[in-house]
Design a protein around this ligand. Structure first.
Ligand code: UDP
Length: 322
């Protein structure tokens, strides 16, 4: 029996594929290569237990084909990245909602345990004044089209929990917070790879807004380990769990750290949100997860702190642009 990763050529998906292969699993990756990239999984094609199928999660026949011999599905395929989500709200909602429905139906048909990738975006507008986001918090969505993404992922969560409750489907729902590591594309937002590339090429480091907004960044290896461990235990079934790191940093500090670590001559430039994303954009001022639930469930501790995340990502970017 094998494991299916939808979005298997994506940033997190490709790291998950590697990690699952290391544990001896047979891995199927399904990806339509819209934001995923074959380069991410090229080395895996050599592996006898790795299989790739190009296709969309909206193609129910294809999803059934690759899921038929699987006992676990990691459903990571989605439209991602603030920029893309903001530019393509329609594709975002369709892919996220219909895709998840197809995956859940397929999982039920073949008796698979399934992990649904949700996002910290579902916490919605920042009304907490610097509190960490907890799984039991209320959700505050608003009218800007930015929230169509959050809404679609929130619907995925309700859908998955309904399958769990009414049909007994074993599902785990994870809310990914900002994740970083090798191969993350800077094309759709993703502040760390963007700042590092700007610093390494001497271009201005572009802080959007006042730079006082706060994020915390999880290392992709820690993130992948977390979701594999959650899929291995029954206590996670029917649960929603935050995934990430809880070490806060302002975007301004991040820009200065990256400039110093890369010994870059780049200017640090403040760009108004309107210029970066167009009108009608709302940023989240403070986005840090409470990871108490994850800690309790799998005895989790992040193994890579922010300094080391930056060191490793800078080293990767230097080597890949050399
Ligand atoms: N950001 C920035 N400059 C950039 C890209 C992003 O200042 O070139 C900011 C962005 O406005 C946000 C934070 O960095 O406040 C994290 O952005 P990202 O798109 O990585 O993730 P998200 O907004 O989903 O947390």
């Amino acid at each position: 029996m094998s494991v299916l990763i939808t979005g298997g050529a994506g940033f997190i998906g490709s790291h998950l594929a590697e990690a699952l292969l290391e544990t001896g699993e047979e891995v199927w990756a399904l990806d339509d290569l819209s934001t995923g990239n074959l380069r991410n999984i090229l080395p895996l094609f050599e592996h006898p237990r790795f299989h790739f199928e190009e296709g969309s999660v909206l193609d129910a026949g294809k999803v059934r084909k690759v899921a038929a011999n699987c006992r676990k599905i990691y459903h990571l395929a989605a439209v991602v990245g603030v920029r893309l989500v903001f530019e393509k709200p329609l594709e975002t909602i369709e892919t996220n909602v219909q895709g998840t429905e197809i995956v859940l139906k397929t999982a039920l048909q073949y008796g698979c345990k399934v992990l649904i990738a949700s996002t910290s975006e579902v916490y919605g507008k920042d009304t907490r004044n610097g509190d960490k986001f907890r799984e039991t918090d209320d959700i505050t969505l608003a009218t800007s089209l930015r929230w169509g993404y959050a809404c679609s992922k929130a619907l995925d969560e309700y859908l998955a929990r309904s399958y769990a409750q009414q049909k007994g489907l074993p599902v785990v729902i994870v809310r990914f917070f900002n994740t970083v590591g090798p191969r993350q594309s800077p094309a759709y937002g993703m502040v760390i790879p963007r700042f590092i590339r700007q610093a390494l090429t001497g271009k201005p480091i572009t802080i959007y807004g006042d730079g006082k907004q706060v994020r915390s960044f999880g290392w992709v290896g820690d993130v992948v380990r977390s979701i594999m461990q959650l899929m291995a235990i029954s206590q996670s079934e029917g649960q929603v769990v935050n995934i990430g790191n809880d070490e806060p940093v302002t975007i301004e500090d991040l820009a200065h750290k990256i400039k110093a670590k890369t010994e870059s001559d780049s200017q640090i430039a403040h760009i108004p949100y309107e210029q970066a994303y167009g009108p009608d954009f709302e940023d989240i001022r403070y986005r840090v997860p409470d990871i108490g639930k994850l800690r309790n469930m799998i005895a989790y501790e992040p193994t890579v702190n922010l300094e080391e995340i930056l060191n490793r990502t800078i080293a990767f970017e230097k080597q890949s642009t050399a």
